[in-house]
Write a protein that binds this ligand. Sequence first.
Ligand code: AMP
Ligand code: TRP
Length: 330
Amino acid sequence: MRIFSGIQPTGRKHLGNYIGAIRQYVESQERGDPAIFSIVDLHATTVAYDPAQLRTNLYDTTATLLAAGLEPDRCVLFRQSDVPEHTELTWLISAVCAHGDLNRMTQFKDKSGQQKDLVSAGLFIYPLLMAADVLAYRTDEVPVGDDQRQHIELTREIARRFNERFGETLVVPDHRIPAIGARIMDLQEPNRKMSTSVGADSGRIYLLETEKETRKKLASAVTDSGREVRRGEGKEGVANLIGIYAVATGKTEDEVEAEFEGAGYGDFKKAVGESVVEYLAPVRERYPEIRADEAGMERILAAGAARARELAAVTLAAVRAAMGVGVPRG
Ligand code: AMP
Ligand code: TRP
């Protein structure tokens, strides 16, 4: 089965990225034939950004993925802009994507509201580039967090429309959203997802922060005025911590509630802190050495891009032929 996912080279990756997405990437290397992962630098140009910072962020994200357990021999890891088939396919599939569908995207509404100077056309067609990322590989399955659900739904709709209009060419992909941890919430504002761009640092756990910072943030996570460690109405903060602890320890949420029956929030939050510190330790330990070797990462990305281009080229040839553009196939 073909597995594909993309991740933005923006800022520092947080616990939501790890639990919602990255840990699934690592697991899917076993099942993917192949599993393909792209660091989507072109998506990062759709909002205000600094070119030099983008390069730094790209290495940070690449090193994070490698430290988390992606292995270049077991997956295809590449930089999106190294594979021009993605941008070409973006244009081609725009023929079967309704303007009105793009207009309904909630991520566009959120992000366009945050822009100070310019809402770029790129931000509007961001979901088309994402659909092209996925469709270029005739992907069966896309591991993502819950916030990408609407984008994957649009990708499916585009594939269906394309096949209806031009004949069976593209694969309609499924999303793979984890049962626990698909939406990790901000620790200070548990009604909002943990995000790189919104809210204070105290609300998010960075994968590469110190153990002390992680413990401190979890110890001061917002809970509620009650005293029971369980999920429920008005208990979003506690429910979020239950989910995090469950993932970090490999337990179910029911088991976590049973384990902390009668315990106070203070003890519970301390246990969550310890579990997360331990959970992230391997990534934190492996990262510095990998990050120091930029030439090594470039070699991995170049090999990945060569492999990705071979796969994407096959789809692109079929798409061009179906649409009647380019030199006729012999
Ligand atoms: P991004 O860094 O925006 O490219 O996101 C990378 C992946 O992390 C995507 O699959 C997102 O769905 C996932 N993700 C982002 N934030 C969260 C969150 N708070 N909880 C769970 N998954 C998330
Ligand atoms: N839009 C995704 C995010 O913000 C990143 C992404 C780009 C992606 N292309 C993709 C995810 C293709 C899955 C498949 O998280």
